[in-house]
Design a protein around this ligand. Structure first.
Ligand SMILES: [Zn+2]
Length: 374
């Protein structure tokens, strides 16, 4: 994987790895020590609900044998494995963490059937209803209790998409104050709802939600409950994104690119709502860099990499997939009017985006974490 990625990235990168089988749990110390992988992921619904909808055979999808189960017990043992690694490498413990995709397979399977039988909803509204908000809240609660049980204090609750999901996360922080939860939302869930997103291009897991949830997420961003805002960039090219028929949401694939809209989108909506620029820098850069062991990233200061994005907060433009640098031919933000734009980007001093265009050979490097400051 490292060889395949080498020389192809315009930005620095690391990998989060997901221990899917029992054998993978045993590889955690080696991944930390030899490869600098310090963050791991659990996809809570993969055991019995498909990535894009219904599922025929999840063991085949997960590429594990019939004697393996990707279930709560496995998640517990992943947590025990990560915590054992934190104890084995005490100097690195603060930067070794576990991230969770919090959705509950059983709830989603039942609600997918209800939504399809009723036949009243279509498109993104149907998809959101098929993976309801309490499916996230329940998964957050289970994850939090398992973290408490296993004594693992570095828990990242990824891409919370609804008021109920963040509410559950807040309740769990109160119940388990010794667990250092990090609560994350994506720019997609802050920008678009099920009616404003451009068609099925907005299909993602967890789903885009009705407007009430978008507003609830913004409240949590503004009051400091949310620790970070991310792109959760998960590109599908147009030919693989949509099924046959093209307008069936349950046949489309989940995921869309968001990196290029992260700062413009957050500034556009955030400035309207009184979110200070310093908070935007913390949400997108400082906070995630601390948790993920990127010791040379996240600040403009001596000893840190000269990674700089120049944002013009007074430039209005309309999002068009055809004008994007991405190979993805659609965007759920098609036609959105944004009032800020990234003009230039520097990576360790190299000018890599000039006047909105990617320039030069890829100079991005794989980062063994935690990175060192010398
Ligand atoms: Zn996820």
């Amino acid at each position: 994987m490292l060889a395949a990625a080498s020389g192809r990235a315009h930005v620095d990168y690391g990998f989060h790895l997901a221990p899917i089988s029992r054998a993978h749990i045993g590889e955690i110390p080696d991944l930390i020590e030899r490869f600098g992988v310090t963050s791991f992921k659990i996809f809570m619904f993969y055991g019995s609900h498909g990535l894009h909808g219904r599922s025929a055979d999840q063991n085949a999808f997960l590429m594990v044998g019939e004697d393996e189960r990707y279930d709560y017990a496995h998640f517990e043992f992943v947590m025990r494995g990560v915590q054992a690694a934190r104890e084995r490498f005490p100097d690195l413990a603060g930067q070794i963490s576990l991230s969770l995709h919090c959705e509950t397979a059983e709830i989603m399977t039942a609600y997918t059937e209800l939504v399809e039988q009723a036949g009243e909803l279509t498109g993104l509204a149907a998809y959101s209803a098929s993976r309801p908000q309490h499916s996230e809240g329940l998964a957050v609660s289970v994850a939090a209790y398992l973290a408490h049980e296993t004594g693992l204090p570095t828990i990242n609750l990824l891409h919370l998409s609804s008021g109920k999901a963040v509410d559950a996360a807040v309740r769990m922080s109160r119940a388990f104050p010794h667990i250092g939860f990090r609560r994350e939302v994506t720019v997609g869930h802050l920008l678009a709802d099920i009616t404003t997103a451009h068609g099925l291009g907005g299909k993602v897991n967890p789903p885009l939600r009705p407007r009430d949830d978008v507003e609830a997420l913004w409240e949590y961003v503004l009051d400091g409950t949310v620790d970070r805002v991310v792109s959760d960039h998960a590109c599908c090219r147009e030919e693989v994104k949509f099924g046959e028929p093209e307008d069936d949401v349950f046949l489309a694939r989940a995921g869309f690119g968001g990196a290029e809209y992260l700062l413009p989108g957050l500034l556009t909506e955030g400035m309207k709502r009184g979110l200070p620029l310093g908070r935007i820098a913390a949400l997108t850069s400082w906070n995630p860099a601390r948790r993920y062991g990127l010791r040379t990233k996240g600040a403009l200061a001596p000893g840190y990499d000269a990674d700089i994005a120049l944002v013009d907060p007074g430039r209005t433009w309309t999002v068009r997939a055809t004008e994007s640098e991405s190979a993805q031919d659609y965007t759920p933000f098609e036609g959105f009017e944004l009032t800020a734009q990234v003009t230039d980007t520097f990576l360790r001093g190299h000018h890599i985006l000039r006047a909105g265009k990617v320039v030069g050979d890829p100079v991005g490097a794989y980062l063994r974490r935690p990175t060192r400051r010398d």
